[in-house]
Design a protein around this ligand. Structure first.
Ligand code: HMG
Length: 391
């Protein structure tokens, strides 16, 4: 039985800052951000968006009534959840009006959470072929103003509907994974900003890629020639390219050319959104499928997932006949075109605008946020969410 991705939804907030402007404000040569790191725009989340609303907005565009009825498992991958106990998925389940006869959980392992969700979904569908599973990867990446990580922030969510006989991509069974306890990036429970050893994180990303790619080749007997594209977790778009270049020489000139060209397509959306942590690899997959118009059915795509701390996995999927008919290209073009650029000082104000943590009430103005699902405030430590369609 084929199991895989049947629909892919995406949402990013309506605000962004231009990386050239950020560089100038930080007295840095813009080339460092646009070429050295490979980022053009960075999505900014207003206070009315959090990981719950981003995920709910991403899922909203893809689910029809039949999906809502058949989803019996919601898996929410995030490392910027809103509660240490209650799963962010339960809020999304309610906001989307899903069938109550469902399991709903949150999964955490830095940027690897959604990949863990996909592998769980695969097992669940193998046992229950009629089921559909909603896997969400949603985060707001925050390192702090004026830090070296600042240029690698971002915000957004990807929603993946997993099913048997998927319309977009069937996942293959061979997969290679690796865990090792390292301190390259972490966020203690008392901090709303990530801590990072930037240099170590870059080195470990490459080291984990090398380990799982090596294991994968041994397990599968496949090599570069068997791939039409490889998509990466993209904390910034230069990172995946660095990893791809470490295996360059294993292929022919044709392989290099094809993989490099397709890498550019797979990084297009990430270049104008930034790091969205758990959703980042799947935003890259979406970017490839929506921007590279002539990828054929039957193409094999490699996926490298990396979550600091750290866990890495390499797995593969095969594009299905007419997969392009099941993408939401127009919605995403419109989403990007309708965004508003903010100045660096507006970005800094938005960054500092946070919810109270002392139980007091705050009402938020959701009229300024074009998103359908918003955070409307907080009362007695309880977040108040609104789906404007139900108002
Ligand atoms: P940095 O140390 O300030 O930057 O921060 P740098 O000095 O290493 O420069 C970056 C690149 O720009 C270099 O290129 C420079 O040469 C180049 P490279 O040698 O790497 O190819 N450069 C220029 N290029 C053109 N024109 C110029 C110019 N100047 C310099 N004028 C760093 C960079 C990524 C370390 C920092 O932003 C950071 O710490 N970010 C957060 C951590 C991160 O993203 N790590 C990536 C791997 S870990 C991961 O992916 C997991 C993660 O997503 C978290 C999770 O799992 O949850 C982060």
């Amino acid at each position: 039985m084929k199991i895989g991705i049947d629909k892919i939804g995406f949402y990013t907030p309506h605000l962004y800052v231009d990386m050239n402007e950020l560089a100038v404000a930080r007295d840095i040569d813009p080339g460092k951000f646009t070429v050295g790191i490979g980022q053009e725009k960075m999505a900014i989340a207003p206070i009315t968006q959090d990981s719950v609303t981003l995920a709910a907005n991403a899922a909203l565009e893809i689910l029809d009534e039949e999906d809502k009825d058949k989803i019996d498992f919601v898996i929410f991958g995030t490392e910027t959840g809103v509660d240490s106990s209650k799963s962010a998925g339960v809020y999304v389940h309610e906001l989307l009006g899903l069938n109550p006869q469902a399991r709903t959980i949150e999964v955490k392992q830095a940027c690897y959470g959604a990949t863990a969700g996909i592998q769980m979904a695969k097992g669940h569908i193998a046992l229950n072929p009629e089921s559909k599973v909603l896997v969400l990867g949603s985060d707001i990446a925050r390192y702090g103003l004026n830090t070296s990580g600042e240029a690698t922030q971002g915000a957004g969510a990807v929603a993946l509907l997993m099913s048997a006989d998927p319309t977009i991509m069937a996942l293959e069974d061979k997969s290679a994974y690796f865990t090792s306890d390292i301190m390259d990036f972490w966020r203690p429970v008392y901090s709303d900003k990530a801590f990072v050893d930037g240099k170590l994180s870059n080195e470990q990303y490459i080291a984990f890629f090398s380990k799982v790619w090596g294991q994968f080749k041994e397990k599968s007997g496949l090599g570069l020639k068997d791939f039409d594209a490889i998509c990466y977790h993209l904390p910034y778009t230069k990172m995946g390219l660095k990893a791809l270049r470490t295996i360059w020489d294993e292929g022919s000139d044709n392989d290099k050319e094809r993989l490099e060209e397709n890498y550019t397509f797979s990084a297009k959306y990430n270049r104008i959104v930034g790091n969205i942590y758990t959703g980042s690899l799947y935003l890259s997959v979406l970017s490839l499928l929506e921007n590279k118009e002539d990828l054929k059915a039957g193409s094999r795509i490699g996926l490298f997932s990396y979550g600091s701390g750290a866990v890495g996995e390499f797995f593969t999927g095969i594009l299905q006949p007419n997969y392009r008919d099941h993408l939401y290209v127009d919605n995403h073009t419109e989403l990007f075109q309708s965004r508003t650029a903010v100045s660096v000082s507006e970005y800094e104000e938005t960054y500092e605008d946070t919810l109270p943590m002392d139980g007091s009430t705050m009402e938020l103005d959701i009229d300024n946020d074009p998103a359908t699902i918003c955070l409307a405030g907080i009362t007695a430590d309880q977040r108040q969410y609104v789906n404007k369609r139900n108002k």
